[in-house]
Design a protein around this ligand. Sequence first.
Ligand code: CMP
Length: 237
Amino acid sequence: MASNASSLHTVRRSMLLQRVPLFADFSAAECTHIAALLREQRYKKHAVICHANDPGNALFLLTAGTVQMTVETADARELVLGLLYPGDFFGEMALIDHLPRSATVTTLEPSETLVLMQEAFVDLLQRTPALARKFAETLSRRLRKACDLVRSLAFLDAHGKVARILFTLSNERGRDTPPGTLVEMRLTQHDVARLTGVTRETAAHVLRDFQQAGYVRMTRGSIVVLEQAMLAQLAQV
Ligand code: CMP
């Protein structure tokens, strides 16, 4: 009975694993083998999955929900480095460079992960060149995004910074609907402030301007981008 239950869990984890792009080219048999090494973990909204500066010994594959990576200054100001969605992984940096966690990872909504411990991860990476290549591709894309964030913080004004995050969300998470690009996500003024590095008051002011100009419509739980080209122009992308 117990072994039946555990093989059912392995099948479930294997199916979840096949939806993670990193493992998309693995056969069902390979996924089942890896699934036996994974642990499932569920989190409530606003749960901290890992803390910046803590030691790290596990890789996380996000199978449901959204997480944000943040860093804090000594005076407790916080900057969001980015968001990750189902199919993304995180927690690889500490495993690769053996330094502490580079950022705090927090859930923005109820979320689920598959957890792979360091030893199994390193072994898998060494044995599977295709996996190592996909890892490198993803890390390059993330570096590009990090460069884009630096560019935004250094050169854009508040309207440009807010336009950039709304444009990025609509590009990454949006789906086409008759009025515009719909992003189903509850984003408060406070969230926009943390995602852009501006104050909450400034975020509120810019969002009001954008709504009055007809670029976006924001409600509880969703954002509709009506003028994506306008946002792109302001964000200089
Ligand atoms: P690690 O440093 O082990 O723990 C925090 C994780 O957040 C890190 O691994 C990455 O997976 C992720 N992370 C940190 N900075 C960024 C970033 N700029 N873009 C995307 N992911 C990041």
